[in-house]
Design a protein around this ligand. Structure first.
Ligand SMILES: CC(C)(COP(=O)(O)OP(=O)(O)OC[C@H]1O[C@@H](n2cnc3c(N)ncnc32)[C@H](O)[C@@H]1OP(=O)(O)O)[C@@H](O)C(=O)NCCC(=O)NCCS
Length: 236
């Protein structure tokens, strides 16, 4: 996820300005299967605060309608949304079952207290329960808090995506391999999802397909992929 205003939002000095709220006052809950839940607009609002390219409501619905069980929220004692993680899980180009962390945000007043780390752990546990082979995401190369969270959990930097975001910022693709041998499992080009989807790219929104293809065009600038050669399960 690309972020905007991150210098202002992520600096320790910003954290110290706000009165910190104790983590133990928060409850962590699953978004579940209520499609238009009371939290949908709060999630959209929280995430769009830090985005340089706000997503349309359809993007949120795309994730939450299908993978509400992979969305976790931190709520304060008055049920106000403090943090959220939004994910999906599906076969990646006819290859591994890939979990994808699409969005992660903590309210600026509550950062640096381990809230995002806990949300990421909850999402990872759920994806493992659902037999994910790997978990991927993109984050800006200078998003230190995000990079720290994922590095601590064993995610590897597999690609550098030059000017990945619309604002021109560059991203790292981070991947957590959950099973041995997964980095070597074959995948197919984006327009051909492999034998499993009949070659039609099933499951992809059309714009998603376009976005992936546009990304493919940028991959010439990308550093070559690095794998965990042990194929080991770094997370566990
Ligand atoms: C990234 C984000 C979700 C982190 O939320 P959080 O609840 O503060 O995260 P945590 O408290 O679990 O952990 C943050 C880690 O970053 C570190 N950190 C915090 N601010 C930092 C800064 N300015 N520079 C470097 N590290 C920083 C913390 O020390 C902590 O690492 P540690 O546990 O090794 O000490 C939050 O900053 C945010 O919402 N940012 C805007 C949206 C965004 O960038 N999302 C991620 C896109 S993929």
């Amino acid at each position: 996820m690309s972020q905007a205003g991150k210098d202002e939002a992520a600096t320790p000095s910003n954290n110290s300005v706000c009165e910190p709220t104790k983590v133990d006052e928060l409850q962590y809950v699953n978004y579940g299967d209520q499609k238009e839940s009371q939290y949908l607009s709060a999630i959209r609002q929280l995430i769009s605060q830090d985005l340089s390219e706000p997503y349309s409501i359809y993007v949120y619905r795309y994730f939450l309608y299908q993978w509400g069980d992979l969305c976790f929220m931190a709520l304060d004692s008055s049920a106000k949304l403090i943090g959220v993680i939004v994910c999906k899980l599906e076969p990646h180009r006819g290859g591994p079952m890939r979990g994808y962390i699409a969005m992660l945000a903590t309210r600026a007043s509550h950062r640096g207290q381990g809230i995002a780390s806990k949300l990421v752990r909850m999402a990872i546990e759920k994806m493992i329960e659902k037999d994910a082979d790997e978990i991927a995401l993109e984050t800006e190369v200078d998003n230190e808090p995000s990079l720290r969270i994922y590095a601590r959990l064993g995610f590897l930097r597999t690609k550098r995506l030059h000017r990945y975001y619309l604002n021109g910022n560059t991203a790292f693709r981070l991947v957590l391999y959950l099973k041995p041998g997964i980095p070597y499992q074959p995948t197919y080009p984006p327009e051909y999802g492999g034998p499993a989807d009949g070659g039609g790219g099933a499951g992809l929104l059309e714009e998603d397909l376009f976005a992936r293809q546009a990304t493919q065009l940028q991959l010439e600038d990308v550093e070559s992929e690095r794998h965990d050669v042990t194929g080991g399960n770094v997370y566990r």
